[in-house]
Write a protein that binds this ligand. Structure first.
Ligand code: GDP
Length: 411
């Protein structure tokens, strides 16, 4: 059934009609045997627990939260809705579920207008949950600063209309902040509320929901699927018992963010890029005409500089090699070293598969070398911290469609 459905799909992409007919007939014959046709990935997951072709991962359809839950968020008679917007501390801007956050902001605005007209409002609320806090260099950060920073980044992602009922900094791995989050969720959802947990694939949602379940004292469960393969939660799942009484907790499939670099990498490449331990900075002091490479994924050029040098700090997985060199050699680096010494990508022929190599320009100015003035964040990879006393024009190169943003410095 699987191969027939795949083949007919491929054939429809522009081969002779007669062969399409044959394939369709074969598929129909299969259907007569009452076999359920599933996609190769589901089949592979169900029977082997693995995805056979990890390269196929980026082609999977995204989970449409707005279609699945949007109408229920704003339901006038329905129970109060609370959305947990999860974002990964090590990739905040890349992982933040901005489309859902915008929906919540818009629903909030509409309800606010109703409320002003005297209609009873059932305002959907949102909590921002920053996961994997243990990945940040926490001893050198003040929780208040991270809190304010996360709040402002969420508003940058969703628009200023986003009203948050709170911001929680958590680490499910260490148990930090889980109890406070659970208490706040129970308080906001009330006895009959609906709580939706939303986040990009791999944001740490399953791990967090398990930690919440443990924290609420449920013996031995509920055990949710903690995925060896990102994105294995395939449908909205109701998690019982955690919130007590009649409040409902819904887990949703991980969102696929095409703008995160990780979404176009193979599982093997993702292993190199994903941060699993507390992040450590790697700092370069560089001059005009020089550049820093992060694997074969990103390059930052110092194009103009009003002072002698600039400090560039890379915050990314230690498994990804860095290279500092002259910008005039950059084309040679791509040709001779991407996919070899500069991995990921893990093979030279993967370079073109990752997309077109494009430049984005940033201006930076600062008055200190040791306090970074600006971060340039690359979705799904990490960020550059820029420290300088003066002004600079920077050229950031990466694959087309990967989100790159300048933001206030975190560290
Ligand atoms: P999901 O796809 O959002 O459900 O993410 P998972 O819960 O499966 O977690 C994705 C990856 O992040 C796994 O490798 C987890 O071990 C890791 N992870 C989850 N929570 C934390 C955390 O609090 N700290 C750290 N360091 N890693 C975490």
């Amino acid at each position: 059934g699987i191969s027939a459905s795949l083949k007919s799909g491929q054939l429809r992409e522009g081969q002779e009609a007669s062969r399409v007919g044959e394939a369709a007939a074969a598929a129909a014959a299969k259907n007569k045997e009452n076999k359920v046709v599933v996609c190769a990935r589901c089949h592979s997951l169900r029977h082997y627990g693995v995805v056979k072709r990890p390269e196929a991962e980026p082609l999977l359809p995204d989970f449409d939260f707005i279609a699945a839950a949007g109408p229920r968020l704003a339901s006038p008679s329905g129970a109060r809705s609370l959305v947990l917007l999860l974002a990964d501390a090590s990739d905040f801007d890349g992982s933040f579920p901005r489309a859902v956050a915008r929906l919540v902001a818009a629903a909030g605005e509409a309800h606010h207008a109703d409320w002003k007209r005297g209609a009873p409002a059932n305002l959907p609320r949102a909590l921002l949950v920053v996961t994997k806090l243990d990945l940040l260099p926490t001893p050198s950060l003040s929780p208040d600063d991270v809190h304010a920073w996360a709040h402002s980044r969420a508003r940058a992602g969703a628009g200023a209309d986003l009203r948050l009922a709170g911001v929680h900094l958590v680490s499910a791995a260490r148990g930090w902040g889980v109890r406070d989050l659970l208490d706040h969720v129970r308080q906001l959802s009330g006895p009959r509320g609906n709580v939706w947990a939303v986040g990009a694939r791999n944001v740490g949602k399953s791990t967090l929901l398990n930690a919440i379940a443990r924290c609420s004292g449920i013996e031995g469960g509920p055990t949710l699927t903690e995925a060896p393969v990102p994105g294995t939660t395939l449908d909205v799942i109701q998690v019982d018992g955690v919130l007590g009484s009649q409040a409902k907790l819904f887990d949703t499939p991980g969102l696929l963010h095409g703008h995160q670099l990780t979404s176009r990498l193979t599982l093997e490449e993702q292993k190199l890029v994903r941060v699993s331990k507390e992040m450590r900075p790697r700092t370069f002091r560089i001059k005009i005409g020089q550049c820093v490479h992060i694997g074969g994924l990103v390059r930052l050029d110092i194009e103009e500089l009003t002072v002698g040098s600039i400090y560039v700090t890379v915050w990314a997985s230690p498994l990804v090699p860095l290279h500092m060199g002259k910008t005039e050699n950059a084309a040679m680096m791509i040709k001779d070293h991407f996919g070899l010494q500069l991995q990921p990508p893990i093979r030279q022929d993967r370079v073109n598969e990752l997309g077109k190599w494009v430049r984005k320009e940033f201006k930076a100015s600062g008055n200190s070398w040791d306090a970074n003035s600006t971060d340039i964040a690359i979705a799904g990879l990490g960020w550059f911290g820029i420290g300088l006393k003066g002004e600079a024009v920077l050229g950031l190169w990466t694959y087309d469609g990967v989100d790159v943003v300048a933001r206030n410095s975190l560290v």
